[in-house]
Structures are given as C-alpha cells and as structure tokens.
Ligand binder design. Structure first.
Ligand code: CP
Length: 303
C-alpha cells in the first residue's frame, strides 16, 4: 500500500507515468468514468480549502466513485480531542482512500502510519502540499512540453508557503533548473532549503525586487502571504501587498513566460493580468483535477 506524503514519494519515472495518465484522462474522460465504481474517497480537512478538497471530490466523482468527509475540524470529533491516528483508523473502516489536510506539520505522516488505506497529504501546515506540486508540474509539462532547463522565480511568502517548499523539492530532480527567490527579508526561503540547494550545487539567488529579475524568468510562481501562519496581524498587514504583479511588470517578462499561482490569490496578481495569455493559474486548476484522478487510480492500483 502506498501513500503520498511528500513529492519525493514518487520517482521522476513514476511521475512521468502519472502525468501521461493525467493527459490521457484529459483527452479520454469516458474511458475512466467507471474505474472507481464501488470505491469511496474520504476528504478529511482540518483547515479551510476550496480547490484541493473540491478537486479531489470532483476527481473521485468523475471516476465513478463516492465521497464522504468533513471540511472543518470543528464538525469532526477532533473538536472533542480525538487524535489524527484514531480518526484515520475510523476512516480506514469506512473508505478506500483518504485525502487529509491538517494545520500541523507531519500530521499526514502520522495518519499514514496508523492507516490501513492510502493516505494523501493535502497540505500539512507550512510543510508540504504534494498534490499542488503534482498540479504545478503537470501544468508546466503540458504547456511547456518539458520539466527541465528553466529559470523559475518564486515570489512572495517563501517562508510559510508550503506549495513553494514542495515544488522546489520536486524540481531539484530535473536538470538545469535555476531558482530565483523573490521575497521580503522577513519571508525568505527557509535555511534548510538553501542548505539543500548548496549541497546539490543547484544555482539560486535571492532578491527583493521582482522588477529586477522579470526579464530572466521562464516561469514565475506567485504566492499569497499566508495570513493564517503569522503570529501577529501587524506583520501581516505590513507585508501582504509587498508584491503586486500587474500589466506594467508583465511588459518586462519574456513573451512565453508562464505565470503560475496555487491560488487562492488575494492582491498579489492584479485581475488585469488574467487576460494575458501567459497567465496559467486558472489552467492549473483544471490540471489539478486530472492529476488527482490519475493519483487516485494509481494509489488504488486500478491502472
Ligand atoms: N491551492 C490550494 O491548496 O487551494 P485551497 O487552499 O483552496 O485548497
């Protein structure tokens, strides 16, 4: 039995197979419409979500399966003090596979240890968000036809942004990737990631001004400042609008640079950018469903 806790749980070869399957699902939906008949997905979300939870549910329904779960810790027995380990034992008796989001780092791993069904980490605190990474990689691969030879800028809240941490972990396995980290001093990328890049001799630089690096980027990954992970509101208010991607900044970018964002956005991408053909963040949402369909089929060994 396999789980998905970090993006590194799949080799790059396994990811290639997963992305090929996702693209096949995209083009032949009817072929997969009954693959999960009789199977049940649990979505256990202890933290708010729109895309991840609903795209998992949409994925399972489009595969012919059923879904159950909770979208708020307060409506589960977590509110009475039940542990994640005990909850997943119950969920294992009711369902075939579980997607779990939790505010505590490491909770998905705890759940996987106690589960007798595959567990998918749908975000654990500021740690990892592997299915967002699968979505990001599938989007890049589908639109750019490759996952190597890129200069990628990651902009915004690089300290708390789990999507950023997961994406870097995944991209270091591909050749010729250069990272440009664009953040205010207070939201710099964590030292453990810098140490990992140095150890692997992967080129990177850290800058504060987005304008200074726009012309050199092949991909720009924008992120929201993670209000829910700040200790005080004043710091959040001071930093929340540090970066706003607008038409003027897009003029500085390469004609084929892609703008990605895991969403939700707050103010960091002006809505005027949505019309730009380089804006790929709403396409990402659709790829998120295909890759989660492929993941469910793979973990349930139905392909
Ligand atoms: N990208 C993402 O994780 O969005 P949600 O928080 O809405 O699930």
């Amino acid at each position: 039995m396999r789980h998905l806790i970090t993006p590194l749980d799949f080799t790059t070869e396994e990811l290639e197979r997963l992305f090929d399957l996702a693209n096949d699902i995209e083009n032949n939906k009817e072929k997969y419409a009954k693959k999960c008949e009789g199977k049940i997905l649990a979505t256990c979300f202890y933290e708010p979500s729109t895309r991840t939870r609903l795209s998992f549910e949409s994925a399972m329904l489009q595969l012919g399966g059923e879904v159950l779960g909770f979208s708020d810790a307060g409506s589960s027995s977590a509110a009475k003090g039940e542990s994640v380990s005990d909850t997943i034992r119950m969920i294992s008796a009711y369902t075939d596979i579980c997607a779990m989001r939790h505010p505590k780092e490491g909770s998905a791993m705890v759940a996987a240890t106690a589960a007798s069904i595959p567990v998918i980490n749908a975000g654990d605190g500021g740690h990892q968000h592997p299915t967002q990474t699968l979505t990001d990689l599938l989007t890049i691969r589908s639109l750019k036809k490759r996952l190597d030879n890129f200069t990628i800028g990651l902009c915004g809240d690089l300290k708390f942004g789990r999507t950023v941490h997961s994406l870097i972990n995944a991209l270091v396995r591909y050749p010729n990737i250069t990272f440009v980290f664009i953040s205010p001093e207070e939201l710099r990328i964590p030292d453990y990631i810098i140490d990992m890049l140095k150890e692997k001799e992967i080129p990177f630089k850290e800058v504060i001004r987005l304008e200074d690096v726009m012309p050199e980027l092949d991909l720009l990954y924008m992120t929201r400042v993670q209000r829910e992970r700040f200790f005080n509101e004043q710091d959040y208010v001071r930093l929340k609008d540090f970066y706003i991607l607008d038409k003027e900044k897009m003029i500085l970018a390469k004609p084929d640079m892609l703008v990605l964002h895991p969403l939700p956005r707050v103010n960091e991408i002006s809505v005027e950018v949505d019309q730009d053909p380089r804006a790929a963040y709403f396409k990402q949402v659709q790829y998120g469903v295909y890759v989660r369909m492929a993941l469910i089929l793979t973990l349930l060994e139905l392909v």
